[in-house]
Design a protein around this ligand. Structure first.
Ligand code: ADP
Ligand code: MG
Length: 742
């Protein structure tokens, strides 16, 4: 790193010890840091709105909302934070509910309309800092009050320096930095910071090296890093600013995709077992199946067969919406491994699901002569010892289990294939551990097992490109024939009697039903009591002539198994359950699901739950019951706190679509990618510039560019790629090892 860039801040003109300390507190320690301390927003006439146009827009939206409440309009309101330049005209206080105070600022702007800002908390602070007559940049979510006045509650208000007022008037684009309290106290205003950044740029830019090679920049029409940084701090036009931002995103995605491409290379160079894809048992099973494979299933099997014969380990993600038939694909693949003389492992995230797989597979393979065993926690020690012996001796062909599969006491005998179901439920390290155990069982010559991971979590394309960039992806994009989309309806609690009547009709017609309660914290005794009480009440008062079963997280695995089995055999008509049924359960005769307190579930969870019905040929139904309270807010969501609004959007989305990918996209918007996948689990880094939702095009472009580059220079050894290599290690030094497993 060049000397100037690493130089301490306080030697930059305009920064003394106090300011240096304030900046350091925000993580800005060197001159280089300062140059990369980018404005978080820009203010100009194209990004700000006026009170007048807001009033018009809100009025229109209000009508739209009342006439035709749609998810789209709710979403728009949900995200629409606006920025405007306003003057505070006056401040007044108002007492409500006897003794509570609020502070109301009347604001105006150049459109000569007026509006209001209301503060409920920290009044002392706002009384002190807000100055009537002063110009502010205001950012917040607008609402209209009863008289049609545009109103903001606790918006962000940033005073505008008088000289900026001038710049803004002449139409300049003004950067807006994130100022901390400490920075302000050290006398740093937006305009002072601008001056300081200007000095820093003069010091740093000439010495800055660009990680992106010039040829790449030319191909993709990207400005250099120095040019981009200059524009980001001091934009000369909206177009140039746009180009600069594009470049930063591109670089960020390019480095990440490069990392993935290199890792993929690494896996491809590993030696894998070469299987003969012609499997006697697979053929035998196919002949016995009561259905034909779908086209998608055949295509995926063909892709898998190619992997198994390639000489390199398979590293494939099988993505398919709930009910798309992933299990049979997994079983057929395992049979290939078995017929080649290897053990096949199938790992599921819960005991219940492992049980179910065990039974399904035992049933499928009845009479095949193959041995299927299961390994889960809590098995009796004698049985467990016996199973472990059979695994070690190679008498067990297919081994199904939970986390218990990678405990250190397990010794496999030539485990050549690992299948992981609902892979998002597992941590990256757990997968790596299982892979290592199998590798050990294959002997010492370093051959790696084949890995197939399956997921029903529908992931938007931009995300899967990012997250699974190092896996080959197969998609089951076709449901078995005859499936009808589940009819979904939001109902309010007062309508439950009608829903129960509907369920009774279904039961009389020979169908079965799920009634699901949220049990957020499985260890919570009170909630468990609630579920049990609900169950008893349902049995006694609602479904006296039918049999209800109860399934909850605190039952022992064999108790759960017994209840599930009885339900599958049709001995229970209704299964009252907590979310333990969420994953994978397959009872095609169940055609109704009622989800209680549906507003408490996340979208992905709701989608998974709903996937438990609609698995046979009968029309299925899903009722999402929510509080009556919501009914009154259904059409007036704009006043709602974020959380409630998000819940309404979730429920509406479920009503409107059964498309897992569409649902995942909404989920992604509501929660952000980190939450959706659990950033820690997924090992996905946080991105600074790129928005995984809206920057799909850049992601694809960067991915293509990365693939091209790795093809030309697989080890980044060319001199013109030295900077690139350095940037890659700098950024992903330790993440690289985490990302190494997937
Ligand atoms: P998922 O992809 O959610 O794991 P499953 O593998 O559990 O789905 O399959 C759902 C149901 O569809 C099962 O009952 C399975 O037997 C059935 N099924 C799978 N493939 C087909 C097919 N090609 N035709 C008809 N039914 C199928
Ligand atoms: Mg499944």
């Amino acid at each position: 790193m060049p000397k100037t860039a690493g130089r301490e801040l306080q030697y930059v003109k305009g920064i003394g010890p106090q300011r240096a300390a304030a900046l350091a507190e925000a993580g800005i320690r060197t001159v280089r840091d300062l140059v990369f301390f980018l404005p978080r927003a820009y203010i100009d006439r194209t990004t700000t709105t006026t009170l007048r146009s807001l009033a018009l827009m809100l009025h229109k939206q209000e009508r739209l909302f009342d006439e035709r409440p749609s998810e789209a309009s709710a979403e728009r309101l949900f995200y629409s934070e606006v920025t405007l330049v306003v003057r505070i005209e006056s401040l007044r206080e108002h007492t409500y509910r006897g003794n509570r105070q609020m502070l109301i600022a009347t604001i105006s702007d150049e459109s000569r309309a007026s509006g209001a800002v209301i503060f409920w908390n920290r009044l002392d602070y706002y009384r002190r800092v807000l100055q009537p007559g002063q110009l502010y940049i205001l950012a917040g979510r607008p609402t209209v009050d009863r008289r049609g006045v545009v109103t903001f509650h606790h918006p962000e208000l940033e005073p505008v320096d008088p000289d900026e007022e001038e710049l803004y008037r002449v139409g300049r684009i003004l950067p807006k930095y994130r100022l901390t309290q400490a920075m302000r106290q050290a006398g740093l205003t937006q305009s002072r910071l601008r001056t300081i950044v200007q000095h820093a740029i003069e010091l740093v830019l000439p010495t800055l090296s660009d990680p992106l090679p010039e040829s790449l920049r030319r191909t993709y029409n990207l400005p250099s890093l120095a040019e981009a940084l200059q524009q980001l701090h001091f934009p000369t036009s909206a177009e140039e600013l746009q180009r600069a931002r594009h470049r930063m995103k591109f670089e960020e995605m390019f480095l990440f995709q490069l990392l993935l491409a290199l890792r993929r290379r690494g896996v491809q160079r590993e030696r894998g077992l070469v299987f003969n894809p012609k499997s006697v048992h697979a053929r035998w099973l196919l002949e016995r199946l009561p259905f034909e494979l779908t086209r998608a299933q055949r295509r995926v099997l063909w892709e898998i067969a190619n992997d198994l014969t390639s000489g390199h380990p398979m590293n494939r993600l099988l993505q398919g919406d709930v009910g798309s038939g992933k299990t049979i694909v997994a079983v057929l693949t395992m049979l290939v491994a078995v017929d080649n003389g290897y053990q096949a492992l199938l790992m599921a995230p819960t005991e219940l699901l492992a049980e179910q797989h065990y039974h399904t597979i035992c049933r499928l393979l009845e009479g095949s002569g193959l041995t299927v065993v299961q390994l889960v926690g809590g098995q009796n020690p004698r049985l467990r010892r016996e199973i472990l012996q059979r695994i070690a001796a190679g008498d067990a062909h297919i081994i199904i289990g939970t986390h218990a599969l990678f405990e250190s006491s397990v010794t496999y005998h030539r485990a050549g294939l690992i299948v992981i179901d609902e892979q998002h439920r597992f941590g990256v390290l757990q997968r790596a551990r299982l892979r290592e155990l199998s590798r050990t069982s294959l002997g010492t010559d370093g051959v790696a097992p084949h890995v197939l991971v399956m997921s029903a979590t529908p992931i938007p394309r931009t995300l899967s490109m990012t997250l699974y960039g190092d896996l080959d992806v197969s998609i089951l994009d076709e449901l078995p024939p005859g499936r009808k989309p589940v009819i979904t309806k939001v109902v309010f609690e007062s309508q439950l009697p009608q829903v129960y009547e509907f369920i009774r009709q279904q039961l009389r017609a020979g169908r079965q039903a799920y009634i699901v309660y949220p049990l957020i914290e499985p260890s919570d005794k009170l909630q468990l009591k609630a579920a049990t009480e609900h169950y008893e009440q349902l049995q006694r008062e609602v479904f006296p002539e039918f049999r209800c079963g109860l399934l909850h997280g605190q039952m022992f695995w064999y108790e759960k198994e017994e209840v599930m089995r009885a339900f599958a055999r049709g001995e229970y008509h209704v299964l009252v359950a907590t979310t333990v049924i969420e994953v994978g359960i397959d009872v095609p005769n169940a055609t109704v699901m009622l989800i209680q307190n549906a507003e408490r579930f996340g979208l992905a969870q709701l989608h998974q739950l709903r996937g438990r019905v609609g698995r046979g040929n009968e029309q299925s139904y899903c009722f999402l019951a929510t509080r009556d309270h919501f009914r009154y807010h259904w059409h007036r969501a704009e006043d709602e706190p974020r959380e409630r609004l998000a819940a309404i959007i979730r429920l509406r989305t479920m009503e409107q679509t059964t498309d897992g990918f569409r649902i995942a996209e909404v989920d992604l918007k509501l929660r952000g990618p980190g939450d959706l996948l659990g950033t820690r689990q997924s090992g996905m880094p946080e991105f600074q510039y790129t928005d995984l939702i809206t920057d799909g095009d850049i992601i694809s472009e960067a991915r293509r560019a990365a693939a091209d580059l790795v093809r030309q220079d697989p080890f980044l050894q060319r001199p013109e790629h030295a900077q690139l290599r350095r940037a890659l290690t700098e950024r992903y030094g330790d993440a690289a090892s985490l990302l190494d497993v997937a």
